[in-house]
Design a binder for this molecule. Structure first.
Ligand SMILES: Cc1cc2nc3c(=O)[nH]c(=O)nc-3n(C[C@H](O)[C@H](O)[C@H](O)COP(=O)(O)O)c2cc1C
Length: 197
């Protein structure tokens, strides 16, 4: 039996370190007894995919700036993405990360690796959106393809809507706690009693 803490990869998609999505991530993971690797999309500022198609010839990416990220992405026990919704999508640096997953799509469909990543990892998606509209739905849909080829499953989603006006994180505290508990259980994370306090 292993007593290693689960290894959780978190990705912050927004530029505001004290923003709503950052707060969602803090509250969601509060009390999680895990080893975290945090990736900030704006700080990392990874290069966008150029469709050079090298990943159709070999397993990997011709641009080396995400090598460390890919290693953690493949080895982790769970993934949590926290991001604002920009134009019904993700902020550009976050979208660059999503597009750079093309290497796994190529591995699956051009190099016939089934699956390109052996390990299953559950995903939680935390979104903040200025409007009351369902803009987060479209953003979540954009992750579907990469999740399919990377052996990931979207287990739960929390969206804080209406942040430009009345949306308050305190209104969805119960939802955050419930979904965090469900996610922790699925990812094998022990939750300490301080969760969400
Ligand atoms: C460039 C830009 C585009 C945006 N597009 C949308 C949008 O399409 N739908 C929406 O509901 N909110 C949109 N917003 C509002 C943000 O989603 C909202 O302010 C969010 O809570 C910011 O998250 P943060 O506090 O983590 O930075 C946009 C904001 C910016 C700056």
């Amino acid at each position: 039996m292993s007593f290693m803490k689960p290894f959780i990869l978190t990705i912050s998609g927004g530029p505001r370190k004290d923003g709503c999505s950052a707060e969602l991530l803090r509250r969601f993971t509060a009390g999680f007894s895990a080893r975290f690797a945090h990736y900030d999309a704006y700080e990392k500022n990874y290069a966008p995919c150029t469709d050079c198609r090298a990943c159709r010839e070999f397993e990997g990416c011709a641009i080396g700036d995400m090598d460390g990220f890919f290693a953690d992405f493949e080895a982790c026990d769970g993934i949590i993405i926290a991001s604002p919704v920009y134009n019904m999508s993700f902020p550009a640096p976050m979208k660059a990360i999503i597009d750079r997953m093309q290497r796994y799509y190529s591995a699956r469909f051009f190099l016939h690796k089934r699956p390109p990543i052996a390990k299953y990892r559950p995903v939680a998606l935390l979104l903040s959106a200025g409007s009351k509209e369902e803009d987060g739905v479209l953003a979540a849909q954009q992750l579907k393809k990469i999740f399919t080829v990377t052996n990931c499953e979207l287990l739960c989603q929390v969206t804080l809507n209406d942040t430009d006006k009345n949306g308050s994180i305190s209104d969805i505290e119960t939802e955050i706690a419930a979904k965090a508990a469900y996610y922790a259980d699925s990812a094998g994370i022990i939750t300490l009693s301080s969760h969400n306090s």
